[in-house]
Design a protein around this ligand. Structure first.
Ligand code: NCD
Length: 311
C-alpha cells in the first residue's frame, strides 16, 4: 500500500492487516502509553484540512504524536489559497519543505486522488466531498469487530443521509469485503441513484430495517450539503427516520448504535439513544468507543503506510 485513498480499491487482506495492527496498538497504548514504538520518528505528517473537522483531525494529530512523528497543521482559511493559489501549487510548495505525508480533507470528491497523482509523498484521504472517508469506515469496522468478535455474517444497517455520505460509501465497500451484510435505510430522496448495484438491501421503513440488523450506523443529515432540501421538513424526517426509543420499541433484540459524529441531536438521533452506553439497555451507544478506537486505527494506517506493519 502506498496511499489510502478509499476502501473501494483496498483488499480484504489489507483491511484485515490494518485492523489487526490497530488491535495491537490499542492494547499497547491502553496498557502503557509511553512505550509505543517510535515508528514515525523523524517524519513529518501534514494535516491539510480544507473542510471543518474535530474528531478526524485531532485523532490523526494524536496518532502521529504517539508514534513520535511531527504533525504539521495547515489551515486553509489563513493560507494563500485565499489569494487564489491552487490546491496543487499549495501541496507542491509544502512538499518542497521535505515533509513525508499528507492527510487531506477536501470538499471536492476525488481531491485526495488528484493530490496523490501529483506528489511523491504518502497521501491519506480524510474525507473527500461525497466520495470516501476510509479511516472512518476502518474505525467503524474495528469497533464492530471488537464488539461482536467478527465482521463476517454481521448485519449492519446504515441509516440516514446516504446520498451525501462519504462514510456510507467507505463502509459499504469495506464491510462487504469483510463478509458483513450491509443494508441501508433512508427516504428515497436521500438514496443515491443505483444504490441496489452496491449489493446492499434497501429499506424505506425504519421498523423493518432495525428488526433485521445487529448494529446501526446512524448518519448526520448533511445540512451544509443542502440535505434539508431533500426532505419535506426536518421534523418529518425526525418522525420517520430518526433513531429514538420509540423507533426501537418494537425491535425484539438489542441494537448497537454507531455514529461518525458530529451528531445532530434530536434530528437523526435522540439524545437518550446517543448517550445510552450501559450494556443492559435495549440499545447501546458505541459512539465514544469509536472515537477512542479512531486513534489506534490511524496509528495503524500510518504505520502500515510507512512500512512498519506490527508495533
Ligand atoms: C464525518 C465526515 O466528516 O465525513 N465525520 C467525521 O469524520 N467524523 C461525517 C459527518 O460529517 O457527518
Amino acid at each position: 500500500m502506498r496511499h489510502l485513498l478509499g476502501l473501494y480499491r483496498t483488499s480484504a487482506e489489507e483491511i484485515a492487516r490494518i485492523l489487526q495492527c490497530a488491535a495491537d496498538f490499542k492494547q499497547q497504548w491502553i496498557a502503557s502509553p509511553t512505550t509505543l514504538p517510535p515508528v514515525l520518528q523523524g517524519k513529518t505528517v501534514v494535516l491539510a484540512f480544507f473542510e471543518n473537522s474535530t474528531r478526524t483531525r485531532t485523532s490523526f494529530e494524536l496518532a502521529v504524536r504517539r508514534l513520535s512523528g511531527s504533525a504539521l497543521n495547515f489551515s486553509a482559511a489563513t493560507s494563500s489559497l485565499q489569494k487564489g493559489e491552487t490546491l496543487l501549487d499549495t501541496i507542491a510548495n509544502i512538499e518542497a519543505m521535505q515533509v513525508d505525508a499528507f492527510v487531506i480533507r477536501h470538499g471536492e470528491s476525488g481531491a485526495a486522488e488528484i493530490v496523490a497523482k501529483h506528489t511523491r509523498k504518502i497521501v491519506i484521504n480524510a474525507g473527500d466531498g461525497m466520495h470516501e472517508h476510509p479511516t472512518q469506515a476502518l474505525l467503524d469496522m474495528f469497533t464492530l469487530q471488537e464488539t461482536f468478535g467478527q465482521l463476517s455474517g454481521l448485519r449492519v444497517l446504515i441509516l440516514g443521509d446516504i446520498l451525501h455520505s462519504r462514510v456510507a460509501r467507505s463502509n459499504i465497500f469495506g464491510l462487504q469485503k469483510m463478509g458483513a451484510r450491509v443494508s441501508v435505510c433512508a427516504p428515497p430522496t436521500l438514496l443515491p441513484v443505483g444504490i441496489e448495484h452496491f449489493g446492499v438491501q434497501v429499506f424505506t421503513r425504519l421498523q423493518e430495517a432495525l428488526q433485521a440488523c445487529d448494529a446501526v450506523i446512524v448518519l448526520r443529515l448533511q445540512l451544509e450539503r443542502e440535505a434539508a432540501g431533500f426532505v419535506p421538513t426536518l421534523r418529518e424526517y425526525n418522525t420517520f427516520f430518526a433513531l429514538t426509543d420509540e423507533a426501537l420499541a418494537k425491535v425484539t433484540h438489542k441494537v448497537f448504535v454507531l455514529h461518525p459524529g458530529p451528531v445532530n441531536r434530536e434530528i437523526e438521533l435522540s439524545s437518550v439513544v446517543t448517550d445510552r452506553d450501559d450494556t443492559a439497555g435495549k440499545s447501546e451507544s458505541l459512539i465514544l468507543k469509536q472515537v477512542t478506537n479512531g486513534v489506534a486505527v490511524r496509528m495503524a494506517v500510518l504505520s502500515v503506510l510507512f512500512g512498519h506493519t506490527l508495533p
